[in-house]
Design a protein around this ligand. Sequence first.
Ligand code: ZN
Length: 425
Amino acid sequence: MLTPDLAQQLLRAVDDGFQSQCDFLADLTRFPSTRGFEATAQDFMAAAMRARGLTVDRWKLDVEAIRHLPGFSPVAVSYDDAWNVVGTHRPKVSKGRSLILNGHIDVVPTGPLDMWTAPPFAPYVKDGWMYGRGAGDMKAGLAANLFALDALARLGLAPAAEVYLQSVIEEECTGNGALACLQRGYRAEAALITEPTDGTLTSAQVGVMWFQVKVKGKPAHVAYAGTGANAIEACLPIIKALHELEHRWNEVKHPAFAEHEHPINFVVSKIEGGDWTSSVPSWSTFDMRIGLYPGQDLAQVRSEVEAVVAAAAQQDAFLKQNPPQVSYHGFQAEGYELPQGSDAQVLLEHCHAQIVGSALAQRALTATTDARFYGLYAGIPALVYGPRAENIHAFDERVELDSMRRVTKTLALFIARWCGVEGRG
Ligand code: ZN
């Protein structure tokens, strides 16, 4: 039982540790843990877990082990240095309910450095916000998970149930890090993912698919451009046709996304092509990220995309004979709706209200998170709830430190009540 007095002590313990939590967040943000370069940040997380007496499992992702599982996304990169880290707390006597605390260590690329006010991996605090790539998405969440447990430890307490602290990779591109945790056998009675949700609970999230369209052309000297076929310019009508599909999907809005004007977003996010400025380009590729609704079947979505690309190509004399190819690597992620009313949700609402003083609001997310793995493929209620961040995936990403403090307090209360507590050592 968490008495009111003990709850107050726990919240004070979060405050007492908060400066070192901010220091930890700065240290973690200093690691440029973009895709393929997460290993040293993961070593740092593993060391932090070990220092707290957690049993650390650090393993390399193995595509062969997860390829057959639902939710797997194909990859075109090597996993030679792709490490997941899970720290396990085991109680002396298991009395409460087990819990997964999840966060991802991978961050997205910075883009041109001259557009940042300060270097993205040199975090600094200004007006109560910490700036840096990954500070918000989602290293503040990882810090909150760890320091919520620390608050218990400061009082000489530990959770009276198994707690799995997960620091995963690949959240920003496939979700294969979280999937690998499931494959390795990690299960619990609830999962909390501290993505930056501005203190709201994520009620639904879209699915996300990545694909690449490869377009051929016919080279010619630009002096006789009419005799060639321009592979780059031929992409434009195909892109336009794909945006028309996006508009159709936004017109028949899924009820879970009623609050959003435009929940489904298609973006051409990478483009390449051509070899020489005075040659009609003979090749081009573009990558697109699309959103989809919960319940939309991935195979069906792929065939719709391919049909749109094929129909657009029919309008082009050269592409009619040389159809573009669509390939898939990266996200093949289904949408997910949080089943309402789980015990974990009710408890989170209670703890949030105690800290924030108002009811826990819900928001549908027009992006994906790793929650889908726990919810869809393991039957684990997966609550996405975290601090307030701005400019994620953009320049001058930042997280509001006070929101991290509130989330850490909510988590500390949640852990104590969900898992129960026992004396340490
Ligand atoms: Zn994230």
